[in-house]
Design a protein around this ligand. Structure first.
Ligand code: GLA
Length: 371
């Protein structure tokens, strides 16, 4: 690794010139500056992966840039437990083996959610809705089996994902979990996970955490769980943001508020979309078809990434990991959400796996100011 911080300025300029020349002529440059190395005294730098990506040239980028992984889909309830008697371990196992082979931290995602959940979970054999007792028993069995399989391998887990409502006048999301079990499913999920692996760090994870109303609800939920003695170690802020938000002020307020909880904070699903944030799916319009990664998008994205990491660094200690949701602009879930087929460019590496301009202010900062 080249320690650019200690380079004489002329040499540094020449080196940066070489890096950008490499991307201009379309070569895949393996950037010698590594995010996870630069941030090793701050927090882990993670990335959401698919089993397939680990078999492509993206694997090398993961190893050079990140020290933690999250399975993007492979450990969700639907993919991993499609039928009551059937667990599909292939994807999760291959990601876990890659992490172990390469000494990467592994986050689990996610033990209980209302999306990507198998239909059988909520139905009796005659097709009726299950009772609360049966559903909690199934949740128990699912969590115990999945957590036990990766005990000692997964260091932290999203236990419950997105249980809070986006509506201002509603606290809990009226999901099928909530309709059948009430809020108790949340506590139970944490208890079951803790019983199966007492050493894994357990997180509540949610999005739109920069919204003041939702932020307070997430805060209250975690605080209530803590005060009831439920084993919860942290709050995961997904961080699906955009080049237009959050502002520095909003992000400061958000980080400050969550750091008052007295639990670990992680940014669990970071991406910075080049479009205005929309939380619901919608149809493509003629304007969407014209979308490109413009100079304006690029400039705003550089600024937003810089602002985020400038603020993240201030919270080192409380903030223990920042995980990007996908590896590079080659593939992102935002290519299909909220508008199916509209390409997005939300990450720090382009589709050729080269660092984008937004990468540089994230890794170049004055270390003396921060410590
Ligand atoms: C949520 C979930 C993630 C993922 C994203 C979209 O944030 O927590 O698992 O599904 O949506 O990829």
């Amino acid at each position: 690794m080249i320690k650019y911080r200690y380079m004489p300025i002329k040499k540094l300029c020449f080196f940066l010139f070489l890096m950008s020349a490499g991307s201009l002529i379309g070569q895949v440059t393996d950037p010698v500056i590594s995010l996870s190395q630069v941030y090793k005294d701050y927090f882990k730098i993670g990335v959401a992966v698919s089993p397939r990506a680990l078999k492509t040239d993206e694997a090398q980028l993961i190893l050079s840039q990140f020290n933690s992984m999250t399975p993007e889909n492979a450990m969700k309830m639907g993919p991993i437990h499609p039928q009551e008697e059937l667990y599909n371990w292939a994807g999760g196992d291959s990601i876990a083996a890659f992490a172990q082979r390469n000494n990467l931290f592994l986050r689990g995602h996610t033990l209980c959610w209302h999306n990507q959940t198998p239909g059988w979970l909520f139905k009796t054999s005659t097709g009726d809705t299950v009772s609360k007792e049966v559903l909690l028993q199934r949740l128990h069995d699912h969590i115990t089996t999945v957590v036990s399989r990766y005990k000692g391998i997964i260091y932290a887990r999203d236990v419950v994902n997105e249980a809070i409502s986006d509506k201002e006048d509603e606290f809990y999301r009226p999901s099928i979990w909530y309709r059948i079990c009430g809020e108790e499913f949340i506590e139970k999920a944490f208890q079951y996970a803790h019983e199966a692996d007492p050493n894994a760090l357990l997180f509540y994870n949610d999005y739109n955490e920069i919204n003041p109303v939702k932020r307070e609800k997430i805060y209250t939920l975690v605080q209530n769980l803590k005060s009831k003695g439920i084993p919860i170690d942290g709050v995961g802020l997904q961080g699906h943001w955009s080049i237009y938000e959050p502002t520095a002020e909003v992000l400061e307020t958000t980080m400050k508020r969550f750091s008052q909880l007295g639990v670990k904070v992680q940014i669990t699903e970071l991406d910075i979309s080049v479009y205005k944030k929309e939380h619901g799916r919608r149809d493509r319009t003629p304007v969407d078809s014209l979308a490109v990664f413009s100079t304006e998008h690029e400039t705003l994205q550089i600024e937003r990434y810089k602002t985020c990491f400038d603020i993240f660094r201030k919270y080192k200690g409380v903030l223990t990991a920042v995980t990007f949701w996908n590896i590079s602009d080659r593939n992102s879930w935002l290519d299909n959400f909220p508008v199916r087929g509209r390409k997005d460019y939300p990450l720090l590496f382009d589709k050729n796996l080269n660092p984008k301009k937004a990468f540089w202010p994230v890794v170049q900062f004055d270390q003396s100011e921060e410590k």
